[in-house]
Design a protein around this ligand. Structure first.
Ligand code: AGP
Length: 609
């Protein structure tokens, strides 16, 4: 993970770099630093903790300079402290790095044998030392970077400056994102468009293996063979406002409340009065989908949970077999791929290392084609897929995914409907499902109105250490998502089970200290779920039940806390029931005083394995 910003400009760049880092802090926030070239010297400031800690140190002793690099870190090699914070300096070179160098240990030993003394535990300092060696051997900065990256195994995005070449920053990427911001008389590098949107909306998205050199006057891109390559300048549609927190206390709260709009945007111009519109998955998409005989869905975390919901939908409505797997497992095993299988990658960021690697691996496994469901148009996952469906959630800053999930569900619902229609789903059922999907933004809006009741419920969780989440059918992934939200931002240990599985082991955990959260839509499995809830009651567990308005709940089944929801139909119920679980996790975290938007040990975009 980690975030990178760099600049070559006429003006002093430190304030721009700090502003860029703040926009990138979602990528890592355990230490930060920046280095600026001025008068043949490297001026550097680094601090453990968030960007604001480093900013305070910089403001206490600011330094001018128009060329600089900066970094916010998510620790991989070495604990979070100042010595391990970037930029790392070796002789005349300073570098910031995102990614993991897998052969760093052997490179480090070789460098030590040649007399290098290391001041950090990081893999990054190895790159700095190697570049410094090459420059000492007579190469220019760009040539030195090119020579060194050939010997690196693993993933990197780097930005490097040299005292000997004022006004120049060299960047390179492989397996981690990096883009160029094109300003007027100034150029920038950044891990994503959010870091640069305050200074320019004109971006060059670098390809795998690219090396780039920026100065005030120009940005020039080279391939790994050192030859210049052309990369288009694109206008980013991101607006600076979209990354503001507005009136909300946290980004997560803002993003939860943005869901009706985000879902409506995801459906717009894709779902018409008569159903899914032609080719919403890209040119030739409908023809390809018509040939599909099975689906493999690959993703991580929240995106994986969205894929699990889609399995229920596609199997029920399109009668196609669906396998869903976490990307970190899929990439390292020999999955059997029957003829005609579609590979679907789901990712908010489009840069998740495991998902990207799984997608690349899928290329040699003989799929019919690949479809990316993603929120970032220029991301690697989108660029490498045959078909794409963008989720249009807008920037998601909170580390805990919220609107990304519900918009992924909206996109997967479109896919399910398209596959089902092509396989003969009858008119009446198709029309009903489409109508439910059209009504989803309104149903989410109504679920959001439960917030005051959920704040009261959240009080019960303040002293708890554990919680169980239960769901059946397509609500099981919703229970998984609810438990993931609670654990990642409130640090309460939470697990989710299909409700029928409780009696096969987890029931042993249930006592008066164990809150059990259940999702109860109205449907064929409701009576089964009610029996499972009775099992919890009988053991003294505290039940918190989110039930559909239409779901008959007798007093016994609902004893504990019962919140009624208008789920808007069985098809869209998973998306609707997710909302109160997000709100519950959010308010529990607020009451427990955790860092809601940047929970400990995590980062938003997981670009390392
Ligand atoms: C969940 O709240 C997390 N943010 C995490 O599980 C996330 O969904 C996962 O890392 C996958 O990210 P992606 O969607 O960007 O690929």
């Amino acid at each position: 993970m980690c975030g990178i910003v760099a600049a070559a400009a006429q003006r002093d760049v430190a304030p721009l770099l700090i502003a860029g880092l703040k926009a990138l802090e979602y990528r890592g926030y355990d230490s930060a630093g920046l280095a600026v070239l001025q008068d043949g010297e490297i001026h550097r400031v680094r601090a453990k903790g968030k960007v604001r800690e480093m900013e305070a140190e910089y403001l206490a002793a600011p330094f001018p300079g128009g060329t600089g690099i900066a970094h916010t870190r998510w620790a991989t090699h070495g604990v979070p402290n100042e010595a391990n914070a970037h930029p790392h300096v070796a002789g005349r070179v300073a570098i910031v790095h995102n990614g993991i160098i897998e052969n760093y240990a052997s490179l480090r030993e070789e460098l030590k044998a040649r007399g290098h003394v290391f001041t950090s535990e990081t893999d990054t300092e190895v790159i700095a030392a190697l570049i410094e060696e090459r420059i000492a051997g007579g190469l220019g900065l760009r040539e030195a970077v090119l020579a060194v990256v050939h010997g690196l195994e693993g993933a990197y995005a780097i930005a490097v400056v040299s005292r000997d070449e004022p006004g120049r920053v060299v960047g390179a990427r492989r397996g981690a994102p990096l883009l160029v911001g094109v300003g007027i008389g100034e150029h920038f590098l950044g891990s994503d468009a959010q870091a640069l949107i305050q200074v320019t909306n004109r971006m060059i998205y670098l390809d795998e293996g690219d090396v780039v050199e920026i100065t005030r006057e120009r940005a020039q891109v080279f391939g790994l063979d050192g030859r210049p390559v052309e990369r288009a300048v694109r206008e980013s549609e991101l607006s600076a406002d979209a990354v503001e927190r507005g009136e909300y206390r946290h980004y997560m709260q803002k993003e939860i409340f943005e869901q009706p709009r985000a879902v409506a945007d995801t459906l717009e111009s894709r779902l018409g009065a008569n159903g899914v519109l032609p080719n919403v998955f890209g040119v030739g998409g409908d023809e390809l989908l018509a040939k599909v005989r099975g689906v493999h869905i690959i993703a991580c975390g929240t995106s994986y949970h969205a894929g699990m919901v889609a399995k229920y939908w596609i199997e029920e409505y399109a009668h196609l077999p669906v396998a869903v797997e976490v990307a970190s497992e899929y990439r390292y095993r020999e999955a059997v791929v029957p003829e005609g299988t579609l590979f679907v990658a789901i990712s908010q960021s489009g840069e998740t290392a495991d998902t990207l690697a799984a997608m690349r691996e899928s290329r040699r496994r003989g799929y019919l084609g690949t479809l990316a469901i993603c929120n970032v148009p220029e991301s690697s996952v989108v660029r490498e897929a045959d078909l794409k469906l963008m989720t249009r959630a807008g920037p998601e800053i909170g580390v805990a995914s919220t609107k990304a999930f519900t918009t992924q569900l909206a996109a997967l619902a479109l896919l399910s409907l398209q596959l089902a229609r092509q396989r003969g789903l009858d008119d009446a059922r198709y029309a009903d499902l489409c109508a439910q999907l059209q009504a989803l933004p309104g149903a989410i809006e109504r679920a959001l109105a439960l917030e005051p009741q959920i704040v009261e419920l959240a009080e019960h969780f303040i002293p708890r250490h554990h919680a169980l989440f239960l769901g059946r059918g397509a609500q099981f992934p919703v229970a998984l998502e609810g438990s993931l939200k609670l654990k990642e931002i409130s640090y309460i240990h939470a697990e989710a089970y299909p409700a029928g599985e409780l009696k096969h082991g987890p029931l042993a955990l249930v006592d008066e200290d164990m809150p059990v959260v259940a999702v109860a839509p109205n449907g064929p499995l409701l009576d089964k779920l009610k029996s499972n809830l009775q099992e919890v009651r009988a053991r003294g567990g505290e039940l918190i039940v989110f039930a559909d308005n239409a779901a008959p709940m007798d007093g016994n089944a609902a004893r504990g806390h019962l919140l009624r929801i208008d789920a808007g139909g069985e098809f869209i119920a998973p998306a609707v029931f997710t909302v109160p679980l997000q709100l519950l996790a959010y308010h529990v975290a607020v009451l427990r005083g955790t860092d809601v938007d940047q929970p400990r040990n995590l980062a938003k975009s997981v670009t390392v394995e």
